[in-house]
Design a binder for this molecule. Structure first.
Ligand code: SF4
Length: 262
């Protein structure tokens, strides 16, 4: 990938170094517990977000069978009227997702916050702006920059589609109840790579309670789709020192994307 001057300026502004394609063969897909890339020594993985250890495990949901055959309109309308968990009680809007419906890159966050709940769109506010800047630095965007550009436009969604009250963490039951919608979204998008942002995105997709610091920096697979785990932008706003590691993760994800002429 060639960096345009605006991209270089953006990375400099964020204090991030330029990504250089790895010269080795395409990165292998590692299972949890394998060693990360050589540029990310183990002692750098400390200070990670840890999911609540007392949360119940994710179980299969009754929605799974019906959601598994839905097309986009049916899926969206089912989410909008969904009352499968208690998060429906206080939501203003469901947050289904935005972006290209066949995007090469899919971003999965955690749960809608107050602004997302009000607008019905994932990743708005400061954390959304940070995500947009980081995606832009890779030449990606949540918005269409030209017609039907699945290579540039991402699809962004969350693990649960309704806002937990007072921005609390989603429970295991809520993650489980909403998981069939996420699974169907992935099946419909068929991305080349999923970027899982935050502990609950990793938990929903990989079923892992390991901290982000142990999961990031390497490839996983979920139903055959490569998954890169990284820090949630809201965490990065509180811990800017970890932006460089998040950037490495995004660059790792970009190795799964088809090369572009520019
Ligand atoms: S969070 Fe998901 S499962 Fe729960 S009510 Fe909303 S759409 Fe339904």
């Amino acid at each position: 990938m060639r960096w345009s001057e605006p991209q270089r300026a953006m990375l400099r502004e964020m204090g991030l170094r330029l990504w250089r394609p790895q010269t080795a063969a395409a990165p292998g897909l590692a299972s949890p517990g394998t060693t990360g890339p050589s540029h990310a020594p183990a002692d750098e993985w400390a200070g990670s977000i840890k999911p609540k250890s007392d949360a119940p495990p994710i179980a299969a949901s009754g929605l799974a069978l019906t959601a598994a055959t839905m097309d986009w309109p049916a899926l969206q309308s089912t989410v909008e009227s969904c009352r499968a968990c208690s998060l429906c009680e206080n939501r203003r809007k469901t947050v289904f997702g935005v972006g290209h419906l066949r995007a090469q890159c899919m971003v999965v966050g955690e749960a809608p916050g107050e602004q997302e709940d009000a607008r019905g769109e994932p990743f708005v506010g400061d954390s959304g702006q940070l995500l947009d800047r980081m995606l832009r630095a890779l030449g990606l965007s949540r918005e269409a920059t030209q017609p039907d550009d699945a290579a540039r436009q991402v699809f962004i969604t969350n693990t649960v589609k309704c806002r937990p009250p007072r921005n609390r963490n989603p429970t295991g039951d809520e993650l489980s109840a909403c998981q069939p919608f996420l699974q169907r979204q992935v099946a419909l998008v068929q991305p080349k790579v999923i970027i899982a942002m935050g502990a609950f995105a990793a938990r929903s997709l990989l079923g892992s309670d390991e901290p982000i610091g142990k999961l990031r920096g390497r490839m996983h697979r979920w139903r055959g789709v490569p998954v890169v785990v990284t820090y949630h932008p809201a965490y990065l706003l509180r811990q800017p020192a970890d932006k460089a590691r998040a950037w490495e993760d995004l660059c790792l994800a970009a190795t799964c994307l088809a090369p572009r002429a520019d």
